[in-house]
Write a protein that binds this ligand. Structure first.
Ligand code: HEM
Length: 347
């Protein structure tokens, strides 16, 4: 009797262990993400992703910023499920084609595609595109000088992708701090996490149209009086941007670095810039003006270790937002298409 009970316990334990290591958990089963999710099924997954992403970044140093933004846009809209990677076609548009996502750079998508190709050679149908995007973001933050943070794994890829939600669920460059706090709060992020995550703007660039209102035909926010540019801006910086962006209506590809001092380096210079009126977007500079966020900007400007710690923790939290497990998703064979075929209208 005792022996059969023992056997039962051993069999049950073995079953649990084999479920935990499998790429496909039982249908509908919620399974927590773990750092060693692919230990049995694709042990070299992380190394392969790191190698591919590193070579892409060396080939094109704008990759880091692009991937980081794609990751944020994916997670904030329906969870970190690679829905932003699905390509549009003649039948249906995907999340990728929402107005706010049109400026997501092709190199970021290419980085994920390359990693997926390498993984499919090594262990086909095992590693999700959502996990690749999460891991790639972590690798690139570290590679550009930022913190190393844990990336739990086991996300599955979405079974749908539509442009409807993205413009409503992502922050725009003309938002007030109130609206930013509200939007991030609704997704479970504190004011401190909002400010820490905004530090991602230490990398990459913004197109002129995103900050044109600050440098051309500017009107004072309170009394509507015309000014040469937003007076919260450093005057030389504002004049420099006016020159750089003067033809932006003819050439919408003109852009400026988010962090004018150390654009390719992940550091706390973004916050130091805000103190000096060198923030590029209105939403950036507002973090310095608003009494709820200003002390946090000061904290991160003066303490880079604190910024790195908080950014790493907030990124890990972001990477867990609305993740899909079990039958909620699939492991796509190609990141831009569902396994059952191309994107189709949902109704
Ligand atoms: C707080 C609210 C935020 C607003 C209003 C905002 C807005 C923007 C805008 C308008 C751009 C320029 C896009 C372009 O012209 O191509 C941009 C770029 C960027 N954003 Fe944000 N963003 C926010 C938060 C975040 C967060 C939380 C992250 C990541 C954790 C992030 C990462 C980036 C990166 C890396 C770039 C540069 C992209 C590139 O160079 O390709 N942003 N953001």
């Amino acid at each position: 009797m005792r022996l059969s009970l023992l056997l039962l316990v051993v069999v049950a334990a073995a079953l649990i262990i084999s479920w935990a290591g499998a790429a496909s958990p039982p249908a509908g089963g919620k399974q927590p993400l773990t750092p060693d999710f692919y230990k049995q099924t694709c042990p070299r997954a992380e190394r392969i992703i790191a190698e591919v992403i590193q070579s892409k970044q060396m080939e094109n140093p704008t990759t880091a910023a692009g991937v980081l933004r794609v990751f944020f846009h994916d997670c904030f809209v329906g969870g970190c499920d690679a829905s932003v990677l699905i390509a549009s076609n003649q039948f249906a548009k995907s999340e990728h084609d929402a107005e706010i996502n049109l400026s997501l750079p092709g190199d970021a998508f290419d980085a994920v595609v390359r990693a997926k190709l390498a993984l499919e050679m090594e262990c086909p149908g095992v590693v999700s595109c959502a996990d690749i995007l999460s891991l790639a973001s972590g690798v690139l933050v570290t590679l550009t000088g930022g913190p190393r943070y844990p990336v739990p794994l086991g996300r599955r890829d979405s079974l749908s992708s539509s442009p409807a939600a993205a413009d409503a669920e992502l922050p725009h460059s003309n938002f007030t701090v109130d609206r930013l706090i509200q939007m991030f709060g609704a997704k479970g992020f504190s004011v401190q996490e909002l400010v820490a995550l905004s530090g991602a703007h230490t990398l990459g660039f913004s197109h002129c149209k995103e900050f044109a209102d600050r440098i051309f035909n500017y009107r004072d926010k309170k009394d509507g009086k015309p000014e040469p540019f937003d007076p919260t801006m450093n005057p030389s910086f504002a004049r420099g941007l006016q020159g750089a962006c003067k033809d932006y209506l003819k050439d919408p590809t003109i852009a400026a670095f988010n962090d004018i001092m150390t654009p390719g380096k992940f550091d706390n210079m973004y916050f130091i810039n805000l103190e000096r009126g060198l923030g590029l977007l209105d939403t950036d500079e507002e973090l310095w003006t608003d009494p709820r966020t200003k002390p946090l900007v000061q904290l991160y400007a003066s303490n880079s270790t604190k910024f790195f710690d908080d950014f790493g923790r907030a990124m890990e939290k972001l990477s867990l937002l609305g993740v899909k497990t079990g039958a909620e998703g699939e492991i796509r064979r190609r990141c831009d298409t569902y396994n059952h075929g191309p994107n189709m209208p949902t109704n």
